[in-house]
Design a protein around this ligand. Structure first.
Ligand code: ZN
Ligand code: FE
Ligand code: FE
Ligand code: FE
Length: 189
């Protein structure tokens, strides 16, 4: 096949750029501030979903250290929701959630890990994996939110969001430590 023929064949199956570009909804954000508020609503929904989900994860953990770490992070999460209420307040916006499809998916995946594992070290490993995916999502979300807040000159909001970002990173570190311990326990068995 000649080069030119090859290109014509490719063009038949390839979508043009115009097909790929999403047409925005009529109420789509035109300003960064609007995207910032929408992203806050997303994480607000996610944190509230976590308050419901974390007790189940803790109840299914076998290692005492993992159980207590998740329970402590539940208390931290409740405080993070309080902090988000303050962020909405400083912005003069109503605190409300907007379904976070990513967190809904991560929690669904966490549920299937529980179904697919027997209680003990293996289920614990699965709970840690699911929890770290959740923490990483939160770290990415709060990192972006901090950057948006700073760009918009919302310094009070930025301060509050930075505190939460640090807590999410801390939670991830704790889970890492537990994972390393768990590996040693499993290896010794
Ligand atoms: Zn989210
Ligand atoms: Fe959180
Ligand atoms: Fe989301
Ligand atoms: Fe968290």
């Amino acid at each position: 096949m000649k080069n030119s023929e090859k290109q014509t064949a490719e063009n038949k199956t390839k979508k043009t750029n115009k097909d790929l570009v999403i047409v925005p909804a009529p109420d789509a954000a035109t300003e960064l501030r609007q995207l910032f508020i929408d992203s806050l609503k997303d994480i607000y929904w996610a944190e509230n979903a976590l308050v419901t989900a974390l007790p189940k994860m803790a109840a299914n953990a076998a290692a005492a250290g993992l159980k207590s770490t998740i329970e402590e992070h539940l208390a931290v999460t409740e405080n993070q929701i309080e902090r988000l209420n303050q962020v909405f307040e400083t912005l003069g916006e109503k605190a409300e959630g907007k379904k976070c499809e990513a967190m809904a998916g991560l929690l669904k995946e966490g549920d299937s890990i529980l179904l697919e594992t027997n209680p003990g070290a293996v289920r614990d490993a699965g709970i840690i994996a699911a929890s770290q995916k959740i923490e990483h999502y939160e770290i990415a979300s709060y990192g972006t939110l901090c950057a948006f807040a700073k760009t918009l000159g919302e310094n009070d909001a930025a301060k509050l969001l930075t505190q939460t970002l640090a807590e999410e990173k801390e939670a991830d570190c704790l889970l890492n430590d537990i994972a390393l311990n768990l590996v040693n326990i499993v290896a010794a068995e």
